[in-house]
Ligand binder design. Structure first.
Ligand SMILES: Cc1cc2nc3c(=O)[nH]c(=O)nc-3n(C[C@H](O)[C@H](O)[C@H](O)COP(=O)(O)OP(=O)(O)OC[C@H]3O[C@@H](n4cnc5c(N)ncnc54)[C@H](O)[C@@H]3O)c2cc1C
Length: 385
């Protein structure tokens, strides 16, 4: 077929897919469509070095703009795909243009989850997902005295570390009894809680949020117990949800994410999906999983590109992830859900240790703090298991 391969979504996964297709010798037409007004960029620095002002904008981009011309990629920047018609192999853009594909990759990622409570629309209330979010957040951060963060997940805690560095009074409000509750064991949460407190962050754990207060602009967060946390900047960091409406409207199976098999195929012929927006079966972990990580975006996009070129593909990764808070690097290999015991190696007091998660004798995951060597060893061990 002479029709192009089309990629919807120009994030980490979309970029890796176009690169892989070209590296593997695909010489046909290649179109990548992304709604953001930028070339594909990496998101992790948005809550770390770039937010701090320690990284130039150019370094965020995954490839220099010239790459797209050299690699003959028809990159449509700032363009929203509004419809997919699997029967006619057509995608329609918001401006009405229709394009026919031979194969389609959906790599639409996730969006920041909104907080459905009173006051969420006040000035000074932000979510953090895109490069365009950063300039207004940084301006507000410079002007703010009190910063409140709703959600003690990775983005919330990384933001807390940066905000404290700006000399702000920072409070993190987390509904669970500890931070990062969904992804790490109490040993890691406790270590990081102590770290944040030692830097001056106030943690309101086990606290729900009733509403955000203010007239025009936010002035505080009212907790479920009625207490008021003063804030002239509120970051809502309560997770992300897959951007799957386009796929659902096209009749593709969506089960908490776009459902794909181990070859990254969706339920419709010639349509593949990769990255944050997917759910996929993992034989390794014995269940269907959805990951939000650079590892998954890149590796699943590579697998999808190979599958689109009719290679045999069975994607079942050892997931890995990292988070930087102050001078601490937390690295996670594997998935710890379902563990029944942990073993610690090294010393939290000295700020360097590894925590292994087991189910019976089976190693499920290893979290390391400031120990890249142990992280790499863990990835090898989990892969060979
Ligand atoms: C602040 C922040 C910090 C992070 N830190 C880490 C970290 O430390 N380590 C780590 O491993 N991961 C981290 N992540 C997660 C990582 O960045 C994501 O897992 C990764 O970006 C997912 O890539 P993706 O291509 O699947 O989705 P995205 O990068 O979200 O790209 C999807 C793109 O598709 C576009 N799009 C959606 N629908 C349409 C449409 N209909 N038409 C056109 N375009 C569309 C979106 O606007 C977006 O540009 C972080 C994420 C954020 C936001």
């Amino acid at each position: 077929m002479n029709e192009p391969i089309i990629i919807v979504g120009a994030g980490q996964a979309g970029q890796k897919a176009v690169e892989t297709l070209r590296q593997k010798g695909y010489e046909g037409d290649l179109v990548m469509i992304g709604d953001e007004p930028f070339h594909p960029y990496q998101r992790p620095p948005l809550s770390k070095a770039y937010l701090k002002g320690e990284m130039d904008e150019e370094r965020l981009f995954l490839r220099p703009p010239a790459y797209f011309e050299t690699a003959a990629i028809d990159f449509r920047k700032g363009a929203w795909v509004s419809e997919i018609d699997p029967a006619s192999h057509t995608v329609t853009l918001e401006d009405g243009e229709s394009l026919i594909y031979s194969k389609l990759l959906i790599a639409t990622g996730t969006r920041a989850r909104a907080l459905p409570i009173e006051g969420s629309d006040l000035a000074g209330v932000f979510t953090l997902r895109t490069m365009a979010d950063i300039a207004p957040i940084r301006a507000a951060l410079e002007a703010a005295e009190w910063v409140a963060i709703v959600g003690g997940g990775y983005i919330g805690m990384e933001f807390a570390a940066v905000a404290v560095g700006f000399g702000k009074e920072v409070t993190v409000i987390e509904v669970q009894p500890r931070i990062l509750e969904r992804s790490v064991a109490p040993e890691i949460s406790n270590y990081l809680q102590d770290l944040h407190r030692s830097k001056g962050v106030r943690l309101e754990l086990g606290s729900g949020v009733a509403r955000l207060d203010g007239e025009g602009a936010v002035s505080g967060v009212v907790l479920a117990n009625g207490e008021m946390v003063p804030a002239d900047l509120v970051l809502v960091a309560v997770g992300a949800e897959p951007v799957a409406e386009l796929a659902a409207a096209a009749g593709l199976a969506v089960e908490g994410g776009i459902a794909v098999n181990a070859a990254c195929r969706t339920s419709a012929p010639d349509i593949y999906a990769a990255g944050d927006c997917t759910v996929f079966p993992s034989a390794r972990f014995g269940r269907t999983i959805r990951l939000e990580s650079v590892q998954n975006a890149c590796d699943q996009a590579k697998a999808a590109a190979a599958a689109m070129l009719d290679e045999d593909v069975s994607y079942d990764p050892v997931p890995w992830f990292w988070s930087d808070q102050y001078d601490v690097k937390l690295q996670i290999a594997g998935l710890s859900q379902g563990y029944d015991r942990t073993e610690i190696e090294g010393s939290p007091d000295e700020g360097q240790f590894a925590l292994s998660y087991y189910a019976g004798d089976r190693l499920l995951a290893v979290d390391t703090v400031n120990s890249p060597r142990q992280h790499m060893m863990a990835r090898k061990m989990l892969t060979s298991q």
